[in-house]
Write a protein that binds this ligand. Structure first.
Ligand code: NAD
Length: 472
């Protein structure tokens, strides 16, 4: 028997398949014009969209607008750069194939299934939608069950700006997501938790459907002894408490060099304590999903039970649907608040002996999405970033990379694999196609049955001259 969810997917998928043929056959300029028309519609009606996001997630309208602005930058970049990154180009054919001309082009995959989360219901899926569309694919998008209207709004805006059903939206919970994985799309771009990512990958394995997994994070901030502590504390507060901590690349752990540890904790605590006592006045919204509140509560309780100190907030900060800011110190590195994604407005601040210790602890996690470093020695900080096992890092700021469309975004380990954004994001939704053609008859024709021994001997002599010289 065919499940209802599968039946519900059939019509949108078939429409997307038909639209993919039309969309994939357009040239880059034709697609760019339509993507920019969609962009203009989203930008012009951003107040309307921000209101929908705010209603569905509980985040302030200002935060929703910022999210839209960032998403539109990405859409604009993908539309304008697809041709430069993906168009057909000649490549050198090399000595052995000197008789061949060679070219590389990035072709669309077909239909991409995009499965999105609720925390940034426009910005996050747009990282897949805009890059997949710009690469010439049609998309079937399943937004989170907590933000279906945001997803539908994007598709309606597409429809009014472009018309052809290249972007389809299907709504529903995980069962619809699972059905999309099994529906025979050409790639699945999943953003969500590592646990669901594993299910997505297992389902896609059955049909060898490739996947991009944008998973969660447990991002660390490192504060060096020479850092601007005011700037670091403000950034930690924004990165940790902003969006009620429901940010995949938000700050969850802070490692501070011992000489400035107390001062940093004092400055951060001052910021956190100054936030309003009234939930409606908080600079961030309610917790979007009730079940997340239980996870945050468990992490705080466990941290305190294991000897950590709540210098701001504590278990009583959890007053659903709000969680007031929590600053925890000296929390054991193996407690839940240090090893699992908390996804709430909590920050754990632990002292470290030196920057090597900070790097070691920052890397001691199954996640690897992003990190931030504060130091007045920018060069050293950038060098330190290279030692972090993450997909992104920002120096003297948080989340800087998320606003740069030319930079790829994605993680390692439980944070997933594959990249959205930037040139890598465009290629992620493409198939590289290599084409060669004979330009002239090869002087040393090796690619035939019964080749001439003298020709092979000459080729081997040239080969050894080129590659074996200097061998020990
Ligand atoms: P989630 O894993 O619960 O759900 C994500 C999506 O997967 C939803 O649309 C859901 O309906 C769908 N889904 C659930 N079960 C499924 C299944 N078996 N098969 C297919 N799809 C299924 O995540 P969430 O709670 O919506 O989002 C929060 C998580 O997303 C956090 O872990 C956060 O860090 C992560 N996130 C990551 C990024 C990133 O870019 N790396 C961005 C935003 C959020």
């Amino acid at each position: 028997m065919v499940a209802t969810t599968e039946v519900r997917l059939q019509a949108p998928l078939a429409a997307a398949r038909r639209a993919a043929t039309w969309w994939g056959a357009l040239d880059f300029d034709e697609r760019r014009a339509r993507l920019l028309a969609w962009k203009r519609t989203v930008a012009a009606r951003s107040d309307e969209l921000a209101a929908v996001i705010s209603e569905e997630t509980g985040k302030p309208v200002g935060d929703a607008l910022l999210e839209i602005m960032l998403a539109v930058e990405h859409l604009d970049w993908a539309a304008r750069n697809a041709s430069r990154v993906l168009r057909r180009r000649r490549v050198r054919s090399g000595l052995l194939a000197a008789d061949q001309g060679a070219a590389l082009a990035y072709r669309p995959l077909g239909v991409i299934g995009v499965i999105g989360p609720w925390n940034y219901p426009v910005y996050t899926p747009m990282g897949s939608l805009s890059y997949a569309l710009a690469a010439g694919n049609a998309v079937v998008f399943k937004p989170s069950e907590h933000t279906p209207r945001t997803g539908q709004w994007l598709a309606e805006a597409w429809s009014s700006a472009v018309g052809e059903p290249v972007l389809q939206v299907v709504t529903g919970d995980g069962a619809v997501g699972a059905a999309l994985c099994a529906a025979g799309v050409d790639k699945v771009a999943f953003t969500g938790s590592a646990a669901t990512g594993r299910k997505v990958m297992a389902a896609c394995a059955q049909t060898l459907t490739p996947v991009v997994i944008e998973g969660g994070g447990k991002d660390a901030m490192i504060v060096a002894a020479d850092a601007d502590l005011d700037a670091a504390a403000k950034a930690a507060a924004f990165g940790g408490f902003g969006n009620a901590g429901q940010t995949c690349a938000g700050v969850e752990r802070v490692y501070v060099e011992r000489p400035v540890y107390r001062e940093f904790v004092d400055r951060l605590s001052a910021i956190a304590s100054a936030l309003p006592e009234d939930g409606d006045q908080l600079p961030y919204g309610r917790m979007t999903v009730p079940s997340q509140v239980d996870i945050v509560r468990r992490h705080i309780d466990d941290a305190v039970a294991r000897g950590g100190t709540a210098v701001v907030g504590g278990p009583e900060a959890v007053r659903p649907p709000y969680i007031f800011p929590v600053v925890l110190t000296d929390v054991p590195e193996d407690s839940a608040a240090m090893t699992e994604e908390t996804f709430g407005p909590t920050l754990v601040v632990n002292p470290v002996d030196d920057l090597d210790d900070a790097v070691r602890r920052a890397n001691a996690t199954t996640y690897g999405l992003a990190a931030s470093i504060f130091s007045r020695n920018r060069r050293e900080a950038v060098r330190l970033a290279a030692r972090l096992r993450t997909g992104a890092a920002s120096v003297n700021g948080v989340l800087g990379f998320a606003a740069v469309p030319a930079l790829p975004f994605g993680g390692v380990g439980d944070s997933g694999f594959g990249r959205i954004h930037g040139p890598d994001g465009l290629r992620e939704f493409s198939r590289a196609q290599s084409v060669t053609w004979q330009r002239f008859k090869a002087p040393l024709d090796l690619m035939r049955l019964g080749r001439d021994q003298a020709v092979l001997d000459r080729a081997v002599r040239v080969f050894r001259m080129r590659h074996a010289r200097g061998a020990k």
